[in-house]
Design a protein around this ligand. Sequence first.
Ligand code: BES
Ligand code: MN
Ligand code: ZN
Length: 505
Amino acid sequence: MTNVTAIAGDITTSDADAIVVNLFDGVTSPSGATGIVDKALDGAISALIADKEITGKQGEIAMIHTLGKLPAKRVVVLGLGKREKLSANVVRQVSGAVGRYLERIGAKRAATLAHGAGIGGLDAGTSAQAMTEGTILGLYAFTQYKSRKDDEPKKELQALEIIEQDIGRLPALQAGVAKGTLLSEAVSIARGLVNEPANVVNPVKMAEVASDIAAKAGLGITVLKREEMIENSMGAMLAVTQGSANEPRLIIMEYKGDPEHPDNNIALVGKGITFDSGGISIKSAGGMWEMKGDMSGGASVIGAMHAIAALKPKLNVFGVVPAVENMPSGTAQRPGDIIRAMNGKTIEVDNTDAEGRLVLADAICYVKEKMGAKRVVDIATLTGAIVVALGHVTTGVFGTSQTMVDAVLAASKETGEKMWQLPMFEEYKRQNRSEYADVKNTGGRPAGSIAAAFFISEFTDGVEWAHLDIAGTFMAERTQGHEVKGATGVPTRTLVKLVEQLAAT
Ligand code: BES
Ligand code: MN
Ligand code: ZN
């Protein structure tokens, strides 16, 4: 992981392997630090602009060898895009792109400016945090199973120094770097769990990882095994696990940020299906491997708890993961089975592939009844239908508490993890009606994501509830900005932001 720091100094005197200066779109004569570096290079940057070889468009990268004109070996010019469009999100994106570029050219140590914190109008802390997140997350790699030959030297950007001339801004920059580093750790925890194959990350392993993180962070943790699920009549979770050779776990991490007010709490409940084969309603083979990531909601909760423990918001937070594997076998549940959830409601299992809502049902009942949760946000790779509705860009948000939905949306605006609310009009509810039981676990093809949300709402009486469907956003198809092909870690950063904002109000 790149070590990002903010230090006082003058970037033109840095002897790093490369210094990164920036350029807004359409600027014809560079000013500020970029202008000073341009002069030291006898106008090499201006010449590139004049010849239209660089324009400053977002994410554009050009490199100049200094040939002794500056102590640093190379100058990298990074396009920030249009000045009026600059945001923390843009800074995060371009920092990911330039971080990968620096690593590719073999730079081990680079120096840079706080992008956008000058004429860009961002405050110093925001800029530094976004740069840190973009750099660390953009360079994230899941490589532990790839053999490497000894004669291939490893390329790694080990250090990035954000150099600031104005000492007065240093504390804000350093705070931003620290927060960005912490959140990047949280997201990397989530990505790692999702990228790991299901033969490694099974429910037992997930509970072990959560326990390690809890121990290091000073969080409380309780892990329920099958026997305790039976004692608590968690028939829905038990039905999903009954076909699997891997034992289930219900993981409950606990952060006590406001112990005097136990009701000032929120439960983050993340779907933890460590592999979703579909069960007896088995999925088709193409793309089934992606279902190793069907515990992404749970992974984001575990990652978020790591950061929440360090940030110490004044709010009690339960991080809850029903960790179960969904497999077909002679002991598996069958379509048509009728099961009973912890709150006593009976469920007709129309399709064993609609398993996420079953494990969430019991997990939500548990945090309500046994932990006294007052607010619940669940996060789940729940429906293929959300991919049809919102593609791979946007997480779907649902809820019976508009206050909670608004809080989630407000947090997502801050983090740049795109989210959009879908309606829960009562008319959709009838789709889950069952001939034989209180409710059916499927609602047909129309508005499948909304029907799924309505199913979960059968178990959220008495709490303020919002639901995030991340089936379209848990995996990135390509590397871009701070995202790397594979697990995204969405919505870890938004969960942390949500908790911080709730604690502050
Ligand atoms: N885990 C899947 C949803 C999913 C699909 C996640 C694509 C990520 C990418 C979920 O358990 C599932 O199988 N849902 C079914 C529900 C249906 C049977 C009502 C679906 O969406 O097809
Ligand atoms: Mn499924
Ligand atoms: Zn699933």
